[in-house]
Design a protein around this ligand. Structure first.
Ligand code: ATP
Ligand code: MG
Length: 416
């Protein structure tokens, strides 16, 4: 037997309605905020992620699904959504310069990680990108899109915000971090020892307990923000207050990717244990230029759909069941089943959810199956009904039956 690859999951027919619900709510929220969907390829040139996610990130150093295609080009399955969107934005003339460019996507993402609860090798993200606007109101709006989504899904999560400044203020901060960690290098994990040289900010993101303990007393970026970055962060807080969004400032949040500037944020749920970050994002004003486009500010986030679903399941959120058939048409024998087929076709053409017997089962077994499907009515056609030109319609909830002429079937069920 061939199994599903490690770290991947099937979404089975009985559970896909849950995904459709989350995706449907996400699309509704996106519409309300005037975001348009962008779809980019599942794989891109590897270089895009090396430059766009960053060569010192865990994603690029250890987690990418990279392969040579038959033309010997190095390709990578996208580990996140932003780099592809930025590539497309640049390649398509920055969409004619209409600003801001407000986009969303729902994508599979691939990372070669150690699979565990809430951590998969193929997972899915709902993401948002807003390009062209530099003011803190856009950061606030981005956060509010995530906040609205979570609320509509019935998810309670805590919002943490931080500012990691710009390259100017980060220089001084990086130096302070290096001083702090240099004296404590022995206590850090192997990965952090290498991060220390390449990108000390990344040390704050480590999930090892020993490193977390050392991080707790590290200097805070907020003490190193330049005047402009400070003002931007203050404005963000003001806009969040105007929007009625509550938050906590957490100067340890730096986000995993290299390209963030100023605002970073996470929504964390306590309902699913260690992998509680359901959504993360921030501002990345340098990325578009870094990837060869005209300088343009940008802000966005991505939410992990599996984690959203886990939180909903663990906190008992009721996901609306998919629509059930209005009527199941049960035929006694072959000629009756043909009549059922014919009526079923007419009902479906009129937009009624209708089903009939595919298995040549007895009427009793068809009733059982109709019940399993959750059909509200079962219409029985036997020899007598065929002769009379009317079927016997039973309401499954009340048990009551009535005769409905074949030619009135569509009208009858359209009104149900
Ligand atoms: P984490 O801190 O959990 O490693 P991350 O910082 O790597 O997350 P991002 O790159 O910001 O995550 O991705 C955004 C969201 O995608 C996360 O908040 C999470 O909900 C989800 N996510 C990230 N990696 C995985 C994964 N391997 N499996 C499932 N969901 C994931
Ligand atoms: Mg990660």
């Amino acid at each position: 037997m061939i199994n599903v690859p490690k770290g991947t999951k099937d979404v089975l027919p009985e559970e896909s309605y849950q995904w459709q619900f989350v995706e449907g709510v996400a699309r509704e929220v996106a519409k309300q905020f005037s975001l348009k969907e962008i779809r980019t390829p599942v794989f891109e040139h590897t270089e895009l992620f090396q430059r766009g996610v960053g060569n010192t990130t865990d994603i690029v150093t250890k987690e990418m699904y990279t392969f040579l295609d038959k033309g010997n080009r190095s390709m990578t399955l996208k580990p996140e959504g932003t780099a592809g969107v930025v590539r497309s934005y640049i390649e398509n003339g920055q969409f004619g310069g209409v600003l801001p460019a407000k986009m969303y996507y729902i994508i599979p993402a691939f990372r070669y990680e150690r699979p565990q609860a809430g951590r998969l090798r193929e997972f899915h993200q709902f993401g948002v990108e807003i390009f062209g606007a530099k003011g803190a109101e856009t950061d606030a709006e981005t956060i509010m899109i995530a906040d609205t989504l979570l609320k509509r899904l019935g998810i309670t999560a805590k919002l943490y915000i931080n500012s990691i400044g710009c390259p100017v203020c980060r220089k001084a901060y990086n130096a302070a971090l290096k001083d702090y960690f240099a004296a404590r290098l022995d206590g850090l994990c192997y990965d952090c020892k290498t991060r220390f040289d390449k990108n000390p900010l990344r040390l704050l993101d480590c999930k090892e307990e020993a490193c977390k303990a050392i991080n707790a007393n590290a200097p805070s970026i907020l003490d190193y923000l330049c005047e402009d970055c400070s003002a931007h962060f203050a404005a963000l807080k003001e806009y969040l207050a105007l929007g009625g969004v509550s938050y906590e400032i957490n100067p340890r949040i730096v986000r995993g990717l290299d390209y963030y500037t100023r605002t970073v944020f996470e929504f964390v749920s306590t309902a699913i244990g260690a992998q509680g970050t359901v959504c993360g994002g921030g501002r990345y004003d340098g990325l578009i230029e870094e990837l060869g486009g005209g300088a343009s500010p940008a802000v966005g986030f991505a939410a992990g759909i599996e984690r959203l679903l886990m939180v909903m399941q663990n906190s008992g959120v009721e996901i609306p069941q998919p629509e059930k058939p209005v009527v199941y048409l049960a035929g006694m024998d072959e000629s009756c089943r043909k009549k059922c087929f014919e009526i079923c076709c007419a009902l479906r053409a009129a937009g009624v959810i209708a089903e009939y017997d595919h298995m040549s089962r007895s009427v009793k077994a068809q009733f059982k199956y109709a019940d399993k499907l959750g059909a509200r009515f079962v219409a029985v056609v036997g020899g007598n009904e065929l002769a009379e030109g009317a079927m016997n319609v039973k309401c499954m909830a009340t048990g009551e039956s009535e005769k409905v002429a074949f030619e009135n079937a569509v009208e009858y069920f359209l009104n149900k």
